[in-house]
Design a protein around this ligand. Sequence first.
Ligand code: ATP
Length: 409
Amino acid sequence: MYSQQALQRSIDRMLTEANTRIAVGKNEEASRSYHKAAQFAEQMIELLEDAEAQRSMSIRAAEYKQRARKLRSNGKMDTARIKPVTDHEADEVAYSDEEADALEQQILLLIDDSPGRIDWDTIGGLTVLKEELRFHYGLAMAKIPQGVEIEGWNNVMFYGPPGTGKTLLACAIANKLTATFFNVKASQIVSKWVGESGRLISTLYRVARKFTRDGRPSIIFIDEFDALCKSRSSDGHLYHQQMLATILSEIDGFAQKNRRDLVMTIGATNRPWDLDAAVLSRFERRILIDLPSIEARADIFRIHLENKGIPVDPNSISYPILAENTERLTGREIARLCKEVTSCMLAEMNPDIPKLVDAGLKQIQNYEVKLRPLKLADFSDALEQLVPDTSEHEATYYKKWGSDVKKER
Ligand code: ATP
């Protein structure tokens, strides 16, 4: 007789295998995996003593059988439409073994506290979008009169050039909603959790749901989403497919229950053209976070200088002039530029720091850093050497992709 832990491991292995097989269109094989998962679940019921745990496990066994039947009867089942997770409470009982605890510990490490530092006014430009996000996420949280169904923005995909503020926006939303923010870099999870990423993602969503018990939402931010989709092609990586299949099935789980969910997924990508139709259809909104406009660039300069307490000479520094000279620069590049110029000023004003370091900790701790207001001339060298990371062609390509996708719908 197998132990509960061994049976649980076998069930999990079969489910991961099924998801992977569905993702690559091998539905017959996936059906067999579900069938085996159901058999293991039935053996498990006999070992469980708690009536509630037995009930949950029989629901799961029935569900796996149903999935197996459906996949067998419909060999051509759309690989994108994976049967959603339907009983999340049951999941909690079924996964509560030592292994699941270890996975949960890993998930807790993904919780990121940085949203606490990000507010709307620490993000330059994007005024209309910020208002829109405020409205829709507000709507998703507000009480809805009985009998009325309103579709919220539970799943959103930000796309655009690197460094344009996608992560910042996700952080600001999390901050304002006092949400628990799970920051997931798709490629890192896959490389760290070879073979387990599908299971890790199920655990992620389960933990995220747990965190909503006090009424606060959870936001799952998945950066580099494209890394998972590229792998849907035949030469792609199986682990990526597992992870993607699980994310899509989790997203579907709630969509099909037609109920409001406090777990929201925000995807982000620099390569939206690598997202396939199955992924796009799960994200109600795809939002272009474009290169900053001239007004936005002026705003971003202000944020990375004055708002950080760096003195500027108002008679010399003109944010509109800096903005005019930095066309096609992203927020990240502007932040880097400000840092470079500030560092030069600090080096000029504090030439004794290296000597003080040699003189001992006390000496350097007693020294107060000197600053002087920055002038436009301080930027000249850096501006002359500027080569924007995003080419003109790339910049227009994002817009074109957005309008092409709209037309196709
Ligand atoms: P990637 O696509 O590479 O993940 P991203 O679009 O998520 O990038 P962020 O991580 O949000 O970019 O931004 C990177 C950094 O660039 C920020 O920490 C911030 O310093 C600066 N930055 C980017 N956009 C803005 C903005 N609109 N306002 C102020 N700072 C910005």
